[in-house]
Design a protein around this ligand. Structure first.
Ligand SMILES: [Fe+2]
Length: 250
């Protein structure tokens, strides 16, 4: 496990080599706290994650909310048991430091009982999609989303976002964002209005999501709402069994 952690740290350091942090920070700020890092992770790293994705085939929970969402998800709890490389990425000190510098805020991991902290999204059946939404923070601080493309064998299924340029308030461009494997999209969840368009026949798209926060505390009502949403829209009622309401935070 230690060897794996060190190997992932090296991969992250390699990914950051040659990256112009100043320019990336400027792009992030210019697009209202949203940036895409094309092919940030090299193919061998993605391949390592895909091996774990294969092991998780039986853990995918399918969900359907008419008019809003259809797809599959694997929660943090399943990843805990079967995906050490993906977890090493989520917990990587090098990645945490890099992201904190990029967004200019001290980021933390989500608490261990948040099923969404590190998860997989599957678009594998025709019509799988999610409608426009914010990744609202129910925490007492900000919540940042990192999306990492693992599979994008699709012409139809795309991340679409209303990307607001700094200083522009009237015109908001709706942008379709191709995400080749290894590509990262990073944004402040409360600021990016985004969706994923429906998958076509015979296509497949798999995304790894990492969530980071600036405050690990969550009020009890927000925790209840967040857990119910995760159970019904993403990971299934089993995710609720891990929840201890008496803790009142996530
Ligand atoms: Fe989202």
């Amino acid at each position: 496990m230690r060897h794996l952690r060190l190997s992932i740290e090296r991969d992250i350091e390699q990914a950051m080599e040659g990256m112009d942090l100043k320019d990336t920070r400027r792009r992030y700020r210019d697009h209202n706290e949203f940036v895409v890092l094309e092919r940030f992770l090299a193919q061998p790293v993605v391949g390592q994650f895909l091996h774990e994705v294969d092991l998780l085939a039986d853990d995918v929970n399918r969900n359907y909310i008419p008019g809003h969402k259809k797809g599959g998800s694997v929660s943090f709890y399943a990843l805990l048991n079967k995906a050490p490389a993906i977890l090493s990425l989520y917990r990587s000190p090098a990645l945490l430091m890099f992201l904190s510098r990029l967004v200019d805020a001290p980021l933390m991991l989500c608490p261990e009982d948040d099923p969404h902290s590190c998860a997989l999204y599957y678009y594998t059946q025709p019509g799988d999609h999610i409608g426009f939404h914010y990744d609202t923070s129910y925490y007492k601080g900000k919540r940042y989303t990192v999306l990492i493309s693992l599979v994008e064998r699709s012409e139809h299924c795309r991340l679409v976002a209303r990307v607001r340029k700094r200083g522009e308030t009237e015109e908001i461009r709706e942008t379709r964002i191709p995400m080749d494997p290894g590509t990262v999209a990073l944004f402040n969840g409360d600021k990016l209005w985004h969706a994923v368009t429906p998958l076509g026949k015979g296509e497949e798209r798999i995304i790894l999501t990492l969530q980071y926060v600036t405050n690990q505390e969550m009020g009890p009502l927000n925790r209840a709402f967040s857990n119910l949403k995760d159970a019904f829209a993403y990971f299934g009622p089993a995710a609720l069994l891990r929840w201890n309401p008496s803790k009142g935070k996530g």
